[in-house]
Design a protein around this ligand. Structure first.
Ligand code: A2P
Length: 322
């Protein structure tokens, strides 16, 4: 598996990972074991996805079957919004580790620059609430926890050996620069929505300038169950033309475009063929002209915006992106 550099740690990260967001609990262990068998070595998780126990089971089965060792895997998890207070950060990380059945994660990210009031684990809302406007949750209340305090507690996770590296998710340019300025341990990764419809040129360039590796979530620009498939980047005539030229699928062109921009990509699929397709990216290269043409696909279309969900469901306006 090809890897990309993590300039600030001196380490590296597999360029293709498997995104566990929206993988249903019922099939998750099986899917995770399957993707490891298919060659994925980078698994992207979060406590908010509600399936870390099942991800852990899939990892355990793959390791027991001799497919790989723990050290061959790059596992990312994320701190949920209700655990930003410094006294909750270690508890939340330990909870993810227990669910995953691991003694450390390779990367632990602050999931959003949004602090919410603490909710005990056993009273946690269903993870669907954040993504499904039909699952209202009356307990959403913001908390006044500066990101700087949360970051200090994140740094302690590295000191304690619970996380090899730490980083950020869903931060904008200013948020990234702020953390970068006061961090003793710099964020190694910024995970953001990036795909041909939302190319994020400024944020990707800023991260690169700072040495922060970008991981692209929703990298296919396929949207999700609540978005119109016709808006998908997979249907872009530019993408389809390049795919035809290389005799590859539109998904492969899109993922390769991401990697050639030096972003790791974490596509999700529950389908065996597409799981294999999404990692079969290393027998072709996009030309400079292809990369240039891909710029024309950008519409700045964002599929995942908490402002939209929060306003619809909770009457809370939370714009966090540029
Ligand atoms: P499925 O799980 O049925 O394969 P993203 O990771 O960008 O959020 O995209 C995930 C969505 O894209 C899922 O709906 C997934 O459906 C679909 N998908 C994943 N891989 C491919 C592919 N190679 N071609 C078309 N659709 C795909």
């Amino acid at each position: 598996m090809a890897r990309l550099a993590l300039p600030l740690t001196g380490g590296s990260i597999p360029s293709v990972g498997f995104g566990c967001w929206k993988v249903p609990k019922g099939t998750c262990a099986e899917v995770v074991e399957k993707v490891i068998r298919a060659g994925y070595r980078h698994i992207d998780c979060a406590s908010d996805y509600g399936n870390e126990q099942q991800v852990g089971l899939g990892i355990k089965r793959a390791i027991e079957a001799g497919i790989c060792n723990r050290d061959d895997l790059h596992i990312t998890s994320k701190l949920w919004n209700t655990y930003h207070a410094p006294e909750h950060v270690k508890l939340a990380c330990q909870r993810s580790l227990d669910d995953l059945g691991l003694s450390y994660v390779d990367m632990y990210l602050i999931h959003f620059p949004i602090a919410m009031k603490f909710v005990p684990f056993e009273k946690r809302y269903p993870p669907e609430w954040f993504h499904d406007p039909d699952v209202p949750d009356p307990r959403i209340e913001l908390a006044e926890v500066p990101v700087q305090d949360t970051w200090r507690a994140m740094e302690e996770l590295v000191d304690a050996g619970l996380a090899k590296s730490i980083g950020l998710s869903n931060f904008n340019c200013q948020g990234l620069r702020d953390v970068f300025n006061y961090a003793k341990i710099k964020p190694a990764v910024l995970q953001i929505e990036v795909h041909p419809l939302l190319q994020q040129e400024n944020l990707v360039r800023l991260a690169k300038t700072l040495g922060v590796h970008v991981t692209a979530f929703s990298p296919l620009g396929h949207g999700s169950s609540y978005s119109d498939p016709q808006t998908s980047a997979l249907y872009s005539p530019i993408v389809q033309g390049i795919a035809q030229k290389h005799d590859k699928t539109p998904a492969q062109v899109i993922l390769k475009w991401g990697i050639q921009r030096e972003c790791s990509v974490i596509p999700k699929s529950e389908n065996e063929e597409r799981i294999k397709e999404n990692i079969d990216l290393f027998s072709f290269e996009l030309s400079t002209d292809d990369m240039e043409a891909m710029k024309g696909v950008n519409t700045n279309h964002r599929f995942n915006d908490p402002a939209v969900f929060c306003e619809k469901s909770f009457n809370t306006f939370l714009p966090i992106f540029d």
